[in-house]
Design a protein around this ligand. Structure first.
Ligand SMILES: [Zn+2]
Ligand SMILES: [Zn+2]
Length: 358
């Protein structure tokens, strides 16, 4: 098998330039390597499909060989799968845990679908126990400008690169495929009984759904009394299919809203309406240093110093505004919050804040 991979790297460009001249390379990709992968890993045909392609119609400069789990993937267009992606310059190839791009590509057509593919990948890396130490690459470069190559790059969840010059062994590849298969099995568990499109929607809207719940919980919550000093992060919850994670405490957010006297901290004049639950001017809570960055900090991010009261308009802007608008709001908040953040042991400058958002 290893000779086959090397032969592809050494001969594919010749094949690409003169398609008829060398059918052997095509056979390696579409038949020999897929077959050997199935055999060496004893992949059951009932469960897995292994195939390779040099492009549909036109020959591609970035051929691929993929392994599908039939339960969660029928084609490279939909679902999650493992794929060897050869670089256009044939300097090496990646083994990538990847996602189909058709659904997101269509749904967000003309609205930056690749950003959504990247956010699905980020979500899976952050929430599942994927084998990231073996597949550390969040971004890959296929040295090609074709639409397909760009989609594969955006859809990459995690990957490893095999460099022709540095060399690689057959054992290494076999071992890596089985590790990638455990990652794929975790994704399968996470999907559960849901349809693939539902899973993608659940992931894409996860932040907004959980934030809506959080704001509701704050309304009905009592407020806490947090000492004005650095706090330890609270315990993580025990995870199931997903990793264990930190939970925001609505009582701390309520405390922050009370401290702000239920006014928008961008501008106190931003009057909204009287909340039916609290009887106060309706405002929402937002963690200035995003709560999902907790692992980067020694001290808790779930403290009044890091939670700001915003009118719904300013809050939506921080999540949905243009880069320029977001920066304007973040800068205003940071300047007024700098000392408070320091009191709670959160040492960040404005550029750090920007880096969490962009
Ligand atoms: Zn928010
Ligand atoms: Zn406001």
């Amino acid at each position: 098998m290893i000779e086959s991979f090397i032969s592809v790297l050494e001969n594919y460009q010749k094949y690409y330039r003169a398609r008829e001249a060398n059918k052997d390379v095509e056979k390696l990709i579409t038949m020999a390597i897929p077959r050997e992968i199935s055999r060496k890993l004893s992949l059951s045909n009932d469960q897995y499909t292994t195939n390779g392609s040099v492009g549909m119609g036109n020959t591609t400069i970035t051929p691929w060989i993929s392994i599908f789990d039939k339960d969660i993937t029928e084609s490279a267009q939909q679902g999650f799968y493992i794929v060897f992606l050869f670089r256009g310059d044939m300097s090496g190839f990646y083994l990538s845990i990847n996602q189909g791009t058709t659904y997101i590509g269509k749904k967000f057509k003309g609205r930056k679908p690749k950003n959504k593919m990247r956010s699905v990948a980020t979500f899976l890396r952050e929430n599942l126990d994927l084998p990231l130490s073996d597949f550390p690459l969040e971004t890959i470069d296929l040295v090609s400008h074709t639409t397909n190559a760009k989609n594969y790059e955006a859809a990459n969840i995690c990957a490893k690169f095999y460099d022709l010059e540095r060399g690689f062994s057959e054992e290494m590849i076999i071992d890596d495929i089985s590790k990638a298969l455990t990652g794929l099995a975790d994704i399968k568990k996470f999907i559960g009984n849901r349809s693939l499109n539902k899973v993608l929607n659940d992931i894409i809207y996860e932040d907004q759904i959980s934030d809506t719940k959080f704001q509701e919980d704050i309304l009905i919550s009592k407020s806490s009394t947090t000492p004005n000093e650095p706090q330890r992060p609270t315990e993580k919850t025990v995870g199931g299919v997903t990793k264990s994670k930190y939970i925001r405490n609505p009582a701390v957010a309520k405390e922050a809203l009370e401290n702000a006297e239920f006014t928008c901290q961008i501008n106190k004049e931003h009057k909204t309406f009287e909340s039916a639950v609290t009887g106060e001017n309706f405002v929402e809570a937002h963690h200035l240093i995003p709560f999902n960055k907790q692992d980067n900090f020694e001290h808790s991010l779930d403290v009044p110093g890091n939670i700001i009261a915003l009118c719904p308009n300013c809050h939506r802007c921080i999540h949905h505004g243009t880069k320029q608008e977001k920066k304007r709001i973040l800068k205003t908040i940071y300047i007024s919050r700098k000392n408070m953040l320091f009191n709670f042991g959160l040492h960040v400058d404005l550029d750090d804040i920007f880096s969490f958002y962009f």
